[in-house]
Ligand binder design. Structure first.
Ligand SMILES: [Zn+2]
Length: 417
């Protein structure tokens, strides 16, 4: 690859990319400055469309699929306070008769939280900072930069490339779901996410649910059997025990075995907690909103059944409702041309020791099964340890490495599906 680049530009690709550093970081900074917290993803589309025009790529904004909100995988708008589904941006590299590669990248970011300069796009010698730098805007930039360099170097693509710039990943995945409901196929799918340039062939799921129970009221100090307050401990303890067991179950799966016994794939989070009762009176209502990770082989309904059984056997009488994220897990094939190529081409020494595994967080990959691809791979620049954090940044050298890998992947004619 370096020789091929050297023929066209008189420089090894790494050296050439190093010269492009400033343009790459300033493009990322420009994108970070646009606040794309859902439902405002479309704010970034004009800038991305300008870059696509410069590449000569066809593009259009695709309306939400008319049957999106009746699909089983649809996430009702609990997370977004009744915001309706939004358009996605679709793009296509000039048509070829090569194998069809669909690339999916989400444009939304999580809210700023306590990030001190979320929309700054601040750049120093090593990093670009801001909300969405790692998750997931650096991936938009490295893909477009790889395509730009391929065009400049006159490198033919080994694939017919179609890109989905999707909305709503962080709030449920309805953007990618909408894209995949349109009748279409793909030979392979690359979902670009902040995986530290390591390829994954599946991911775990998660489900958000409300546990609500009501108790018998009475004056504090009187005996009314087991009160609601005691049940609070039963509920939390049962769910915590369940998450530990599901974690053990996940770690026994083939795609997680290399992580070691101490790894935490499945977690329980409490997102909201509400208790009601008059002062000095026994608690009347108790409600928890929880998010529970699920092993990739359990769907959300199966997960909810297990939660219900667990709470019932703990003697707690509760109402249980799904109330937010319902991300089904996905398990693909641990071998495939795209997965093998990314394992081979990714530069970090780490990847050489890294047998491809299942990702320990959820993403949009699950939706792309509908296109019947031979494989779906999750890969991209940015670190999960930075994603959603209060000091989110991406390493510039990792971006250059990712561009190098993408160019090798997308133009290498030995890579066949
Ligand atoms: Zn992401």
């Amino acid at each position: 690859m370096e020789n091929l680049a050297a023929v066209h530009i008189g420089l090894p690709l790494d050296a050439y990319l190093a010269q492009s550093r400033e343009r790459i970081t300033s493009q990322l900074a420009e994108l970070i400055k646009i606040d794309t917290v859902a439902p405002n993803e479309e704010r970034a589309f004009p800038l991305i469309e300008k870059w696509l025009d410069a590449l000569g790529m066809e593009h259009y904004r695709q309306e939400p699929h008319p049957e999106l909100d009746i699909h089983d995988d649809y996430t009702p708008p609990f997370v977004l306070n009744n915001q309706s589904p939004r358009r996605n941006l679709k793009a296509r590299w000039p048509h070829t008769d090569k194998p069809r590669l669909r690339i999916s990248i989400h444009v939304d970011v999580v809210p700023a939280g306590k990030h001190p300069q979320p929309w700054s796009g601040l750049v120093d010698n090593e990093r670009v900072y801001g909300r969405g730098s790692a998750d997931n805007k650096a991936n938009i930039i490295i893909l477009l930069e790889a395509l730009r360099l391929m065009k400049q170097l006159d490198l033919q693509s080994a694939y017919d490339i179609e890109v989905d710039f999707v909305t709503d990943e962080e709030a449920g995945g309805n953007g990618a779901l909408s894209c995949t409901l349109y009748p279409d196929t793909a030979d392979a799918v690359l979902v670009m996410e902040c995986t530290d340039l390591l390829p994954y062939y599946g991911h775990r799921g998660c489900v958000t649910f409300d546990v609500t129970c009501s108790g018998e009221t009475g004056h504090m100090g009187c005996s009314h059997g087991k009160g609601l307050f005691d049940h609070v401990f039963d509920i939390v303890t049962s769910l915590k025990t369940l998450s530990n067991e599901l974690n053990t179950q996940a770690l026994a799966m083939e795609g997680y075995q290399t992580l070691g016994d101490d790894a935490r794939v499945i977690q329980l989070n409490i997102n909201e907690c509400e208790a009601k009762g008059w002062h000095g009176t026994a608690m009347e209502i108790f409600r928890l909103r929880c998010n529970l990770g699920l092993p990739p082989d359990l769907n959300c309904e199966e997960g909810m059944k297990i939660v219900e059984q667990r709470l019932t056997s703990a003697g707690v009488d509760v109402a249980l409702t799904m109330s937010g994220l319902r991300n089904r897990g996905y398990i693909g094939k641990p071998q495939g041309p795209l997965l093998n190529a990314l394992t081979t081409y990714s530069a970090p020494a780490l990847v050489q020791q890294h047998a491809p595994t299942l990702w320990h967080v959820s993403c949009d990959a699950r939706h792309y099964e509908k296109l019947n691809p031979q494989e779906i791979v999750i890969w991209g620049v940015g670190s999960l340890s930075q994603a959603h954090s209060n000091n989110e940044y991406v390493q510039i050298d990792d971006m250059l490495s990712g561009i190098n890998t993408l160019i090798t992947l997308l133009s290498n004619h030995e890579v066949r599906l």
